[in-house]
Design a protein around this ligand. Structure first.
Ligand code: SAH
Length: 202
């Protein structure tokens, strides 16, 4: 069994996007932040023996973390083939079998799961790009961990209410956006991000 520290170290070793695509808002979740949320999910009983979906999986840090912590099966849903190639390379050395990679748009995903993890596009390039992710997560999952720009808090609360999901926990982070895009002038910018733990209320 991993410790929280070992999880953070292992997650920090995975490869991330080689050429992040601006339009898809390809920012990997920082490994420290991923390990905090995943560890809390573990403690809350949302991972061990659970079916998990990682929506907009990218290079896979959230779903791979769930696998390492004892998820029974993880569905990785990602539409970009370049990201999927890196995701496959991250998974290969782990020699696990209990996962499915689905290269598709998030709206096409149909399986039902216990827990969803997602760090969707924040909607800074395409307004409300996270909306189809919320709608999908709420229709396939019972517990949803979802990262959003803190400034969109009202939108997240409203859509959660529409789908009868209650906000059970919030985690605030200063998200490091590494200089992966030429328009980022500062070397390491941070944006305020909230991760919500949402629970189906009925
Ligand atoms: N979950 C990963 C990646 C976050 S970046 C992590 O936490 O590190 C958001 C990801 O969503 C990108 O990989 C992008 O390609 C993917 N994505 C964006 N729109 C999508 C859509 N409509 N359907 C499926 N994947 C999408």
């Amino acid at each position: 069994m991993l410790t929280k520290k070992q999880l953070a170290i292992q997650l920090s070793k995975f490869a991330v996007f080689e050429k992040p695509k601006l339009k898809l808002e390809q920012y990997p979740t920082d490994s420290e932040i991923a390990s905090i949320v995943l560890w809390d999910a573990l403690m809350k009983g949302d991972i061990v023996g659970k079916k998990v979906a990682d929506l907009g999986a990218g290079t896979g840090i959230l779903g791979i973390g769930a696998l390492l912590l004892g998820a029974v099966h993880v569905y990785f849903v990602e539409k970009d083939s370049d990201a999927v190639a890196i995701l496959r390379a991250n998974l290969l050395p782990l020699r696990l079998q209990n996962y499915t990679i689905l290269q598709m748009d998030v709206t096409e995903f149909q399986d039902h799961v216990d827990t969803v993890f997602q760090n969707p596009p924040f909607g800074t390039k395409q307004a409300h790009a996270d909306k189809p992710f919320m709608e999908k997560a709420f229709s396939v999952g019972k517990i949803v961990y979802s990262f959003h720009k803190t400034t969109t808090d009202a939108f997240v609360r409203a859509i959660a209410g529409d789908y009868f999901f209650a906000i059970a926990e919030v985690y605030h982070f200063a998200f490091p956006l590494r200089q992966t895009q030429s328009y980022h002038r500062k070397k390491l910018e941070r944006i305020e991000v909230t991760c919500y733990r949402l629970v189906k209320s009925h």
